[in-house]
Design a protein around this ligand. Structure first.
Ligand code: PLP
Length: 443
């Protein structure tokens, strides 16, 4: 059994996270429940910040809030000195409502709408990461209407492919994101931007993928970015001040996942930039990174109550929990794998191999195939580890299932940071047009 952060098994044989017995959390908050180990989130943030401080570079560590965007998480990011990436008006609103310092907000996305751009301009956020020619012109025009000059990075696709699942790799040439380095569109975009009066070019952005376990991809990206920076200086006399290498740093979901300590990714990036930029006699830039998954992923645990089971002799035994693809769509989307334990009987001997099913009307709604557990019974608690990133963030109301609550746990204290949705929440946006109402039909 691999336990993350402050998780341990207490002398009652119960899983404990942040000093809180999860059987108590289930009583108090119900299940399914997302539990976030606050200490581990803060530790991850500090690993990045300390590694950058040791490098001597100017830096920003921007938490990619899409991984888990709630106001309490924005508060922690602010306290730890992080910046924040947003990719929609909803994520921006979350950050603004949390009072996150606007200068440290960066706006991403391949199709920012005029409304979203206007909202971000009005909020005076720190930087836009421009993805395409349409956005370049639109941003310049909208900034001009407001009499503002805005900081931009160019999102480029360096043509580096991270070794990861196809759906989540974005650094290769065939991508919906960014300006291509190889075919000249990145250079053309910069040439255009230099003619646009309301844009201040800070530098380049590259994001090569996700759940990356090696540093080679980042080194290759640095090589391409540095060569490009030199060519742009030669052609336009423009010197980039910021190089943003994105996120994608891997975490351990299951045995066999071999992430590096976070500081090693940072050291590889800062060293590569130092070497390449010094060689080119180029002033050392400020370095930004954008970790999402590695900031919150292993700090999250989802607690479920086991309900029914179905044993098909000689085939398999299904054990169903009170959540599923609605709170964790990643197994269905990406065939993602997870580890889990019986949280109320964690010390008992393994007795059977079962497959954990969700409660949605989809055969594909499976959370874990072939999990070894003690003999489980209805009412037992199942804890699935490493659900902090892209779980609550991707949760849906399919089957009109209510999204679970989220609690932060630390030093024996559990605080609600997102309430469980109510049945009222489920229908709150529904409208029955007058002509469909019973009174109208009676006539
Ligand atoms: C998704 C994304 C990130 C975060 O990726 P993780 O794998 O969660 O670290 C960072 N930057 C950009 C541009 C992204 O799209």
């Amino acid at each position: 059994m691999y336990l993350h952060g402050t998780s341990k098994i207490n002398d009652k044989g119960h899983l404990e996270i942040g000093g809180c017995d999860v059987t108590d959390l289930a009583q108090q908050f119900g299940t399914p429940l997302y539990i976030v180990d606050e200490e581990l989130v803060r530790q991850r943030a500090r690993e990045y910040v300390e590694a950058f401080k040791a490098s001597g570079f100017k830096f920003q560590v921007a938490y990619a809030s899409k991984a888990f965007s709630v106001m309490a998480m924005c508060a922690i990011a602010e306290q730890e000195g992080l910046s924040l990436d947003v990719v929609s008006d909803g994520e921006l609103h979350t950050a603004l409502q949390a009072g996150f310092p606007v200068q440290r907000i960066h706006f991403h996305g391949n199709n920012k709408t005029p409304d979203e751009i206007n909202m971000a301009l009005d909020a005076n956020i720190g930087c836009f990461v421009v993805d395409n020619f349409h956005e370049l012109a639109l941003l310049n025009a909208l900034a001009g209407e407001k009499g503002k000059k805005v900081n931009i990075l160019f999102r480029i696709t360096p043509g580096v492919e991270a070794h990861t699942h196809d759906y989540i790799s974005t650094g290769q040439q065939d991508s919906k994101f960014g300006f291509d380095l190889g075919n000249g569109s990145a250079k053309a975009a910069i040439g255009q931007a230099l003619e646009l009066p309301n844009l201040e070019i800070l530098g380049l952005h590259s994001h090569i993928g996700s759940q990356i376990f090696e540093v080679e991809g980042f080194r290759m990206a640095v090589d391409k970015v540095a060569d490009f920076a030199v060519s742009i200086r030669e052609e336009f006399g423009l010197t980039f001040k910021v190089i943003n290498l994105g996120g994608g740093f891997g975490i351990r979901y299951v045995e066999g996942d071999t992430p590096l300590p976070l500081g090693e990714y940072v050291a590889a990036i800062t060293n590569a930039i130092k070497v390449k930029f010094n060689q080119a006699d180029f002033p050392l830039p400020e370095i930004w990174v954008e970790p999402g998954r590695s900031m919150v992923g292993d700090a999250g645990t989802t607690l479920y109550t086991i309900g029914t089971s179905k044993d098909i002799p000689g085939v398999r035994k299904y054990v169903a929990v009170d959540g599923g693809m609605t709170d964790n769509p990643r197994p269905a989307l990406y065939q993602s794998r997870y580890e889990a334990i019986l949280a109320n009987r964690a010390n008992e001997a393994i007795e059977e191999t079962v497959s954990i099913a969700g409660k949605c009307c989809e055969s594909g709604d499976m959370l874990i195939w072939d999990l070894e557990l003690p003999k489980s019974e209805s009412g037992d608690l199942l804890a699935v580890f490493c659900t902090g990133a892209y779980n609550y963030a991707m949760a849906s109301n399919y089957n009109r299932i209510r999204r679970p609550a989220v609690v932060f746990v630390k030093d024996g204290q559990a605080d609600l940071v997102v309430k469980r949705e109510s049945l009222h929440d489920i229908v709150v946006n529904d409208v029955i047009p007058a002509r469909l109402q019973k009174s109208a039909l009676a006539n």
